[in-house]
Design a protein around this ligand. Structure first.
Ligand code: SF4
Ligand code: ZN
Length: 458
């Protein structure tokens, strides 16, 4: 103690916090000592029956190659939640599977899933939960034959037939997450335990807690406006598979994956100043309406390897923000340039612009600027800054029913803010029409406000 070392003893002592600590259970002494000294343990490579590494991140598991899937288009309940828990509730390295693992599931089927990660660390705080939770996406994708897209409760996971044949199980998500979270976030996390739930009742039982946590996280950022901050954040987490893409995250426009808001990005920079999130001073405002700043343009130019010179945050028609491929929703202009549609990833059907989500995704992704099309996080739809330079929220003429219903409360609130309380029912969906003429007839019939706006293309 005299030379600054700390002492962990099983003897009854009057402890000194962080210096002289009594631990009665011998099995817990080493863990305590490691945490006291802030030692970051370097772990062995992820030990699972398939190859593991960034090379597999962009790998897609297609439907015919899928052994089992959860969430997304399979429509089973699926969510992931990472929480900080008290020290005595996290047993480092513990993996529990509640319900059948994939070897007890039929080939070609689907399953509900909850991925629950509990962490503890002396420096870990609730503000960091969202940051660590977002990495689940990356870490699971690194496994050959495992595919993970979406986040929170709109996950979509697939395990491929060859991977399952090679021995990959859902329990291995536990090995992956425990190893990688401690490797990447060893400075704040010292204990990680993972519970994978595939039992439907149990998944259902645990969902409300997750929804509550997501809502609290969103509420924290809800009070912030773009004007009230001088710093925006870049996110380059997706640059490994879309090298020329960067996300610019503002308080009122979250990352297009829906998983990184302005506060998350801020927390991420605090955790790791050399990580994928970096604060950028907005600098001189070049266009207030379109949302363009000199400092951001410079960061975009750098971040896109000099391919893109400027970004506008509030218009999709001129120098729009780019996309990697993780967008929750694609917003696209209609052929008559009078309105926009917003399509979520889970919707597999046709849209009134003659393209399905999959073909839209092909033209929007990859870090290209495609005026008339943007990839966004769902929450941006109800932001005050949603394509505000293009007429905003009231431009929306069509959305898949599922997206509209899932967001109904937030959509209604935004419509009322804009003095159009009947607006949500003026948004058509696939039960009304899936073609351009049908949409135009509908807009005329309901007297859609976008008809009174100037066309998007002049
Ligand atoms: Fe970051 Fe954007 Fe990728 Fe989300 S989509 S992880 S915000 S780069
Ligand atoms: Zn991405």
């Amino acid at each position: 103690m005299l030379n600054g070392a700390c002492i962990v003893t099983d003897q009854p002592v009057e402890g000194i916090p962080e210096k002289l600590v009594q631990v009665t259970e011998p099995g817990k002494m080493v863990q305590e000592a490691i945490e006291l000294r802030g030692i970051k343990v370097k772990l062995a490579p992820v030990n699972i029956p398939v190859a593991y590494g960034p090379a597999f991140e962009g790998e897609v598991v297609r439907r015919p190659d899928t052994y089992t899937e959860a969430g997304g288009a399979s429509k089973t309940l699926a969510f992931e939640l990472l929480r900080v828990r008290p020290e005595d509730e996290v047993q480092d390295g513990r993996i529990e599977v509640i319900g059948p693992d994939v070897d007890a599931m039929p080939e070609g089927g689907k399953t509900p899933i909850a991925i629950l990660v509990d962490v503890y660390g002396k420096r870990m705080s609730e503000d960091f939960e969202g940051v660590l939770e977002r990495r689940i996406h990356l870490f699971v994708n690194y496994a050959e034959g495992a595919w993970h897209t979406g986040q929170r409760n709109i996950l979509w996971i697939r395990l491929s037939k060859p991977a399952v044949a090679a021995g990959l199980r859902f329990k291995h998500f536990g090995d992956i997450l425990i190893t990688k979270l401690k490797e990447e976030f060893g400075n704040i996390v010292s204990r990680v335990q993972v519970t994978i739930v595939t039992d439907e009742n149990e998944v259902r039982k645990r969902l409300p807690e997750a929804l509550e946590v997501y809502a609290q996280r969103d509420a924290r950022v809800a009070g912030l406006t773009d004007e009230s901050v001088d710093t925006l954040y870049v996110c380059t987490l997706c640059s490994s598979f879309a090298p020329d893409h960067i996300c610019i995250i503002t308080p009122e426009r979250l990352g297009l994956c829906g998983a990184v808001n302005w506060l998350d990005a801020k927390a991420a920079e605090e955790i790791d100043p050399n990580g994928p999130n970096r604060g950028i001073l907005k600098g001189e405002c070049l266009d207030e309406t379109k949302g363009q700043w000199r400092g951001i343009n410079e960061a975009v130019f750098e971040g896109t390897h000099h391919k893109i010179e400027r970004f506008n945050a509030y218009t999709m028609m001129e120098d729009p923000m780019t996309s990697c491929g993780c967008f929750e929703v694609i917003v696209a202009m209609t052929a008559d340039a009078q309105a926009v549609i917003a399509v979520n990833r889970e919707y597999a059907g046709m849209t009134p612009i003659g393209m399905k989500f999959s073909s839209l995704a092909g033209s929007v992704g990859g870090g290209r600027q495609t005026p008339g099309f943007i990839g966004i996080g769902r929450k941006y739809i109800t932001s005050r800054k949603f394509i505000s330079a293009d007429g905003g929220f009231l431009r929306i003429a069509w959305m898949p029913r599922e997206l509209k219903e899932a967001m109904r409360d937030a959509l209604q609130k935004r419509a009322e803010e804009l003095g159009e309380p009947d607006f949500v029912d003026k948004i058509a969906d696939e039960t009304v029409t899936t073609d351009a003429e049908g949409l135009m007839e509908w807009m005329v019939k309901v007297d859609h406000p976008a008809l009174r706006m100037p066309p998007l293309l002049s």
